[in-house]
Ligand binder design. Sequence first.
Ligand code: FES
Ligand code: FE2
Length: 393
Amino acid sequence: MDHATQVHLIDRVFDMIDRRTTEMDPAEYHNPVSRYTDPERYKREVEIIFRRNPIIVAHGSELPKPGDYKTMDVTGVPILLVRTQDGSVNAFVNACRHRGTKLVWEECGSHKRSFVCPYHAWTYGTDGKLVGVPAAEGFPNMKREEMGLRRLHCAERYGFVFVQVDPTAPKVDVDAWLGPMAHELEHIGTADYVVWRPAQLEKKTNWKLALDTFLENYHTRRTHTKTIWPVFLDNTAAFDRLSPHARVVLPKRSIPEIRDQDRETWNLRDHSTVLYTIFPNLMLAVLPDHCAIFQVWPDGIDNCKLPAYTLVPPKYLESATAQDIWSKSMHVVFEVTEEDSDRSEAIQAALNSGANDHFVFGRYEQALAWFHQEVEAMLNGQADWVRYAEAAE
Ligand code: FES
Ligand SMILES: [Fe+2]
């Protein structure tokens, strides 16, 4: 973020320290437990939130050169990403247009100029066009130009690849969708980073429960007593909506050190973790010289997958010292995630017990309340993806 915003946020933190409190909403927020357990609602979450919006599915550094490709499953839809000769990324449903089998089976690869279906060998270009049909005399009435791979709206911004998984969804203007988040990503420099050491976690929780653990630091003292509580100010955070995304600044105990220093030298990144939610499911933690990414994908109503990776500056990739710092940092991040998972999986196990018909979020659990309000608004058609779609016209 720009320096003026950093100074403004640091001033807010000092104000909280002076007042011995944190920023708060006017009242508690009540979140019905059915939002985690209702199968009809879950179906709508997947269809509306995950398939119609532009969702981050990759970082550009995972397919840096023309002909590089990556496949994935996004909420049950097989996706193929490929970087074309002109440097842009194309996204397709990874299903052959003949009889629909999966076209590309490898998770990733390079130097592709075409993709050959493993079933009957129909062949597609990296632009998705159908370029080869063996024994073509069997299809005298087929119009090849109509039989290209099903293309998905796709855009690469600030290093991230956004895809709208539903091919029938109206195109969303990704710049409008990012809104104020664009400015933040530009300043973090995510386009210049590369993915380092991707990992895959799975949790036995509803996808929103997994995200909930990232969205407040009221629990840090008790849940992360030995890991990060000694590092961060207790239950102190500066939260801002960057709709439909959000930013939470988690100040470290070291932040008062800079109070008497020249404000021009203040650097928020040295004395806090800034945690962004890129709606609906990507958590980006800005750490001193790298970023930690967690993404939460629903995998049924009571399971989720959490791919995680580190974004690092490529110029230090060969540095043993840098790798050591990143490794230690990510070790703590994964340790903390495990501590959170213990809590969230236990919540999941008791969701249907009748103990709670709603959860109450405290006034300082602001980001939690924001997140559930945002999800609710999207499901009810009150949110902005319609507006973003119009912006694309
Ligand atoms: S299903 Fe792909 S060529 Fe037949
Ligand atoms: Fe936590």
